[in-house]
Ligand binder design. Structure first.
Ligand SMILES: *Cc1c(COP(=O)(O)O)cnc(C)c1O
Length: 423
C-alpha cells in the first residue's frame, strides 16, 4: 500500500476547525521554537516520520503484556511493531534483550530497581548536587523513599568524577547496586572502572544512560551495554525518538526486567510510542545518524571553547558529549538569574547544580547547555561560535538592556535560518 497523505484522515486543519484553542497552542509552540534557540540538553526534534507514528491509530490499541503474550485481543500487528522495536534496539546497542515499554526514563529506572532490589537496599549513585537524577535517591522521589542511597561525586577542584572515592564508598557501604549516569556530567563515563568496582563489592551495575544513549547509537560515546547488568535510557534526548524510556540487559535478567515493567510498575504499553521508538531506532542505525552524533559533539566542543575563550567558567574544562555546564558565579549571578538573562535573549537553557559551586543555601550556580536540538536543525561550528558570542553578551547584560534586545533579534534571525520542521 503506497500512501503519501496520512491514510486515516485527520489533519491539522481538522484540529484547527474543531478546537482552535488547542490548535493555537500547538502552532504557537512551533513558532516559539522557530524564533528562539533550544539549548536544553535533554531536548531534540524528532523526524516527521516519528511524529507520524505517534499520531497514528496505534494510540488506540490496548496491549498489556508482551508480544505473543497479551491480555488483550487484536494485538497481532502491534506485536510485530514491538518485536521490530526490540530487535532494532538490541542490534543498535549490542544487547541480548530490550524492553521498549517504559513510559519515560524515570519509569525505566524504577523498573530497573524493581528488577534488582528490595526496599531498603543500599544503592550507590551520583549525589544530586553533583549531577544525579531525581531517581538516584532524591527524598522527593520514590528512590529516596524506598532505598538507602549513598552519593558519590566529582572532585570539586576539577569537576571530574572521583573514581577512587567511589571505590572507597563502595567498599565501606557494600551497596546492592551502583548506578552510573548523570543529568549534567559532560564527560564520558569509564564503564569498565564502574564494573570493576561493582564486581569488587558484589553489586549490580545499573547504567542510567538517559543522556548519552543517542551518542552511543551514533558511535560517538562509549557503550555501557557490555559492562552494566541493566542499562536504562530515554528515547527522546540525543536519540531523537518519541518521549519515552527503554531498558537493555542480558538474557539472564530479561524476564525479571520485563516483569518489573509490566505488571509491576506499568499497565498497558503505549503502542504508538513503541512504534515511534522503532522508527527512531531505524533512523539511529543509519550513517546519517552517526554523522549527526559526531556533529553534536563537535558543536558542543566548539561552543564550550567559545564560552571559555569569552571568560566563562566551563566545568571540567570542556566536554566529551552534547552537554556543557558553566559556573556563572564569577559573573556575580546565580543560575536562575543567568537563565532568565539568556531567556530574555531567546536562548533557552537550564540551570544545574555544580558540586564545585553550590552555595550552602542550595542556590544553584550552574547553567547546563546541550547541542542536540540545534544540531538537528543543521547548525554547525560557525553557528556555535555565533551562539557562544550571543550567549556571552546576554549573560553580561540586564534582561531589559538594549544590547539584550539586539541579541534577541540576532537569535531570531539565526533560528529562522535553521527552522525545525522546515516548511
Ligand atoms: C532525563 C533523565 C531521566 C528521566 O527521564 P524522564 O523521561 O524525564 O523520566 C533519568 N535519568 C537521567 C540520568 C536523565 O538524564
Amino acid at each position: 500500500m503506497a500512501v503519501s497523505a496520512v491514510p486515516w484522515g485527520p489533519d491539522f486543519g481538522e484540529l484547527a476547525r474543531q478546537d482552535p484553542e488547542l490548535a493555537g497552542i500547538i502552532t504557537g509552540e512551533l513558532e516559539r521554537v522557530r524564533g528562539s534557540l533550544q539549548l536544553i540538553a535533554a531536548e531534540n526534534y524528532t523526524s516527521r516520520a516519528v511524529l507520524a507514528a505517534l499520531a497514528s491509530p496505534l494510540a488506540n490499541k490496548y496491549a498489556e503484556g508482551y508480544p505473543g503474550a497479551r491480555h488483550h485481543g487484536g494485538c497481532e500487528l502491534v506485536d510485530v511493531a514491538e518485536r521490530v522495536a526490540q530487535s532494532r534496539a538490541t542490534a543498535l546497542f549490542g544487547a541480548s534483550h530490550a524492553n521498549v515499554q517504559p513510559h519515560s526514563g524515570s519509569s525505566a529506572v524504577l523498573a530497573a530497581y524493581a528488577a534488582l532490589l528490595r526496599p531498603g537496599d543500599t544503592v550507590l549513585a551520583m549525589a544530586l548536587p553533583h549531577g544525579g537524577h531525581l531517581t538516584h535517591g532524591s527524598p522527593a522521589n520514590f528512590s529516596g523513599r524506598w532505598f538507602h542511597f549513598i552519593g558519590y561525586g566529582v572532585d570539586p577542584a576539577t569537576g571530574l568524577l572521583d573514581y577512587d572515592r567511589l571505590r572507597e564508598l563502595a567498599l565501606a557501604h557494600r551497596p546492592k547496586a551502583i548506578v552510573c549516569g548523570s543529568i549534567s556530567y559532560p564527560r564520558h563515563l569509564d564503564y569498565a572502572a564502574f564494573r570493576t568496582i561493582a564486581d569488587e563489592v558484589g553489586a549490580y551495575l545499573v547504567a542510567d544512560a538517559a543522556h548519552p544513549i543517542g551518542l552511543v547509537a551514533g558511535k560517538a560515546a562509549p557503550n555501557p551495554v557490555p559492562y552494566a547488568d541493566v542499562v536504562c535510557a530515554t528515547t527522546h534526548k540525543v536519540l531523537r525518538g518519541p518521549r519515552g524510556g527503554m531498558l537493555l540487559c542480558g538474557a539472564e535478567l530479561a524476564e525479571r526486567v520485563d516483569r518489573a515493567v509490566f505488571p509491576f510498575t506499568q499497565g498497558g504499553a503505549q503502542m504508538h510510542t513503541v512504534a515511534a521508538k522503532a522508527v527512531a531506532f531505524g533512523e539511529a542505525a543509519t550513517p546519517a545518524f552517526a554523522t549527526y552524533a559526531r556533529q553534536v559533539v563537535a558543536n558542543a566542543r566548539t561552543l564550550a571553547d567559545g564560552l571559555a575563550a569569552a571568560g566563562l567558567t566551563v566545568a571540567t574544562g570542556g566536554t566529551d558529549t552534547h552537554m556543557i555546564t558553566v559556573d556563572v558565579s564569577p559573573l556575580g549571578l546565580d543560575g536562575r538569574a543567568a537563565k532568565a538573562r539568556c531567556a530574555a535573549a531567546g536562548i533557552i537553557l537550564d540551570t544545574c547544580a555544580l558540586a564545585s559551586a553550590t552555595e550552602p543555601g542550595g542556590c544553584v550556580r550552574g547553567l547546563r547547555l546541550g547541542t542536540a536540538a540545534v544540531t538537528t536543525q543543521g547548525m554547525e561550528e560557525g553557528e556555535m561560535e555565533r551562539i557562544g558570542a550571543l550567549l556571552t553578551i546576554a549573560l553580561r547584560e540586564d534582561e531589559e538592556a538594549p544590547r539584550t534586545r539586539g541579541v534577541r533579534a540576532e537569535v531570531r534571525e539565526l533560528a529562522a535560518a535553521f527552522p525545525p520542521y522546515p516548511p
